[in-house]
Design a binder for this molecule. Structure first.
Ligand code: 3EB
Length: 331
């Protein structure tokens, strides 16, 4: 049994030993930071680079997905990918040429992803990460996050993926600097089980006030590798029902996020965050909120968990904080 993917967050000084340890077993490598040294571009697999400032002492932070089994490179077209026989990690960095729209870029990206995962026999999209330049700025009169939602929606429909639990992945959508849109994903041969949060409205039922097409994501995705399972927690914000709670108050937003994450762990049958291993990616809109975000995470999960803090715009302008997670039970 291949087991579930392993996730680590490492800094520059730990990258080499991490990649050595997982030689031929690295599913995916993502670099976060605003400048990436020349030496990193020669790595195998070559890292996707998301232009987001890392908060804290380090300039660059790496997200490393690895497998217990050897992986094979299997990219095609715009997609760089590795697969281990059960799970596939893929990613793409896309320019938006003058005269094109983010809606078009998104539609093409998701169409390419769907035909790729279908052709390779990993048709179940479990988890998607999306980083959009100028996420809160308008494009032809519509906020770019909402343009993204239109393109994503179109791609699901045109690729025959009805918008229901069977087809909806866990996801994150954040802003980034620079010009490139970055999309990466985990897909599997076997389906995952989407997990919804009873405190929150299902994303694809959001009312039209959030844009002409709804977002399409599950609040979390449970995936079973036979002997092990994992929970991929979507970007989680201070939203109850469909409404932003605690506008302007990062502490209260953080506490609301923790209630949402606790609920997801319960819904997934994972008794609580104390058992098992949690890794978190924390997105903070304002750098001055870092200390408060760290304090909230420590209070909930302790000091030891793997984590990275990024300075990032969030898809609603009234959200100050968003947290995604990857949970694997210990056994
Ligand atoms: C929310 O709950 C906050 O559009 O795929 C979080 C995770 C959010 C994923 C998406 C959006 C998405 O609506 C934003």
């Amino acid at each position: 049994m291949p087991g579930v993917p392993n996730l680590e967050y490492v800094h520059a000084d730990g990258l080499e030993s991490c990649l050595k340890r997982h030689r031929n077993h690295v599913l995916g490598l993502v670099a976060f930071g605003t400048s990436l040294g020349e030496q990193y571009t020669k790595l195998q697999p070559s890292p996707l680079w998301v232009h987001i400032p890392v908060l804290g002492k380090e300039q660059v932070s790496f997200e490393v997905w690895s497998s217990a089994n050897p992986v094979t490179a299997c990219g095609r077209g715009n997609i760089v990918a590795q697969a281990d026989g059960a799970v596939l990690f893929g990613g793409m960095q896309l320019e938006q040429p003058p005269g094109t729209t983010l809606e078009q870029i998104t539609r093409q990206a998701y169409r390419e992803i769907f035909s790729f995962v279908d052709d390779l026999g990993y048709p179940n999209l479990l988890r998607a990460w999306n980083y959009l330049p100028r996420i809160n700025e308008p494009e032809h009169g519509l906020e770019r996050y909402r343009c993204f939602n239109v393109g994503r929606h179109d791609a699901f429909i045109s690729c025959g993926r009805s918008i229901d639990p069977e087809n909806v992945p866990a996801a994150s959508v954040l802003g980034c600097d620079g010009g490139q849109t970055v999309v990466y994903f985990l897909a599997a041969r076997t389906p995952g089980k989407p997990v919804e949060n009873p405190r929150q409205l299902t994303s694809y039922r959001y009312p039209e006030q959030y844009g002409p097409r709804s977002p399409i994501f599950a609040r979390a995705m449970l995936w079973d590798a036979g002997d092990q399972h994992c929970l991929m927690i979507s970007g989680t914000a201070s939203i109850v029902g469909h409404e932003t709670m605690h506008k302007g108050d990062v502490t209260q937003q953080g506490l609301e996020i923790m209630r949402n994450i606790r609920t997801l762990l319960e819904q997934a049958g994972m008794e609580g965050s104390k058992k098992g291993r949690m890794a978190l990616k924390v997105y903070v809109r304002h750098a001055e909120d870092l200390a408060q975000a760290q304090a909230l995470v420590e209070q909930e999960f302790g000091k030891e968990l793997p984590s990275v803090y990024l300075l990032s715009d969030i898809c609603r302008t009234d959200l100050l904080l968003e947290i995604e997670g990857y949970h694997t039970p210990s056994h």
